[in-house]
Design a protein around this ligand. Structure first.
Ligand SMILES: Cc1ncc(COP(=O)(O)O)c(C=O)c1O
Length: 455
């Protein structure tokens, strides 16, 4: 493409020819051209801290030439081969074997996809497959949580618990049901979160009983909700969820699309709470976003069922790009970096610092509810801290804060639907403390300025 002479022309060409995710005609595209570590530059040479690691995925940071080299080597050797039954390739075999050593002990078998929604579609279909093979074909329902995000293909969208994603695309796929999740900031004053139903296994158990356990295939949850506002559960939540799933014969799908590969300060997030899922979805951090790759890992029991299926019971699920050799080669090189640079430990360490600095921001009159785990964190923007009352949505305080932060050199995102407004942060795991300080100082300026500018 010929580079138009001015940025305005480039932006006009973008809006003429591109539809963007969550398309809005009022957004002017920021055209980015280069990245290094936690920093990116736009076409006019302006510098930004990448406060959300791209889209929660550039875990090892930008500018890793060794990932480009891995792709180049694989593309010039064998760019693509089908992985349909009867064929495989070297990077996919090596990556699947490596994942079995890194994931929960019961998950040793991988099916690769190209992204998060494809992974969750695979998880839902596999859950239904399992119950059909086990002679319980009526177990088809999928329970998810409000504020959860699982992608926006039809079934994934139906599991996603953020209503704006549904408004113009309904009706949802039947047999997808949502319950409240452990959004602790919204735990009513005076109620102990440890006993608050949405923050325990109680909400799930109640829903299973309402539906009839013989109709429910699986429960899906992000260990820490990402797009819904970085919702960190209580320490006991997932143990209780696991126990409820076991009690009623429900599969537990962990959506680790964001939380996997070190993001929360553990390699996979549920490790922290001593819980194992039956199926795990992953994507994003497996290649740090350098090339699309995702997948599901399934328990040994489920893998055995699939391997034992033939004829009409064959697991007839497939994507052209499953186990793409170049994507898998980049995944391997990315995992080498994560191990060599001890990025999981670094995520825990810098993440604790990030959270402590966000708690400092609570001194501002409109910032409350700092929370986080590893390198994913958020703050709540509220009008009145005592009552936790938010600003009217149409005032657009957090959106303005994000725009002002970008002007000052920080790119990140806000969540403005449901129960109030949050600003989320998930910088690369390699981010330095100095860069964290810069993020905090930008927000400390941008948030009060946004409150003032919108009155
Ligand atoms: C937890 C989670 N699951 C699934 C997805 C969907 O992934 P994709 O956009 O690659 O389809 C996302 C995307 O942000 C996510 O955060």
């Amino acid at each position: 493409m010929v580079r138009p002479v001015s940025t305005d022309q480039l932006v006009a060409t973008d809006s003429q020819y591109l539809l963007h995710p969550l398309h809005s005609s009022t957004h002017r595209a920021r055209v980015l051209v280069r990245g290094q570590g936690s920093v990116m530059w736009d076409v006019d040479g302006r510098e930004y801290i990448d406060g959300l690691s791209g889209l929660w995925n550039v875990n090892v940071g930008h500018g890793r030439v060794e990932l480009a080299d891995a792709a180049q080597r694989q593309m010039s050797t064998l760019a693509f081969c089908s992985s349909y039954n009867g064929q495989s390739n070297l990077p996919a075999i090596e990556l699947a074997e490596r994942l079995s050593r890194l994931a929960y002990p019961n998950l040793n078998t991988t099916f690769f996809t190209s992204g998060g929604a494809e992974s969750n579609e695979s998880a839902f279909k596999t859950a239904r497959y399992v119950w059909k093979r086990r002679g319980k074909p009526a177990k088809v329902k999928i329970i998810s949580r409000r504020h959860g995000y699982h992608g926006v293909t039809m079934a994934a969208m139906s599991a996603t618990g953020l209503p704006p994603y549904h408004t113009m695309f309904g009706p949802l796929v039947p047999n997808f049901i949502q319950i409240d999740g452990p959004y602790l900031y919204r735990c009513p004053n005076g109620v102990d979160p440890v006993t608050w139903a949405p923050a325990t296994g109680e909400a799930l158990e109640k829903q299973i009983l309402e539906e009839g356990s013989d109709t429910v295939a699986a429960f899906i949850a992000e260990p820490v909700m990402g797009a819904g506002g970085v919702v960190v559960p209580t320490a006991g939540y997932f143990k209780q969820i696991r126990a409820v799933c076991d009690k009623y014969d429900i599969l537990f799908i962990a959506d680790e699309v964001i939380t996997g590969f070190g993001r929360t300060g553990r390699f996979f997030a549920l490790e922290r709470w001593g819980v194992q899922p039956d199926i795990m979805s992953f994507a994003k951090g497996i290649t740090s976003g350098y090339i699309p790759l995702g997948g599901i890992m399934v328990s040994d029991e489920i893998a055995d069922l699939i391997r034992g299926g033939s004829g009409g019971a064959t697991w007839m699920h497939a994507y052209t790009y499953s186990a793409h050799p170049t994507a898998c080669a980049v995944g391997l090189a990315n995992l080498d970096i994560v191990a060599r640079e001890r990025l999981v430990e670094k995520s825990a360490d810098t993440g604790a610092y990030l959270l402590s600095r966000l708690k400092d921001l609570e001194q501002l009159p409109n910032v409350d509810g700092a929370r986080g785990l590893g390198m994913m964190a958020a703050i709540e923007i509220v009008d009145d801290k005592a009552t936790k009352t938010g600003f009217p949505a149409e005032r657009g305080v957090s959106a303005r804060a994000i725009a002002l932060a970008a002007e000052k050199g920080l790119i990140t995102r806000q969540r403005h639907y449901g129960a109030g407004e949050s600003i989320m942060l998930a910088p690369p795991l390699t981010t330095t403390r100095d860069q964290v300080d810069r993020v905090i100082s930008i927000l400390a300026d941008a948030i009060p300025a946004a409150v003032k500018a919108t009155t």
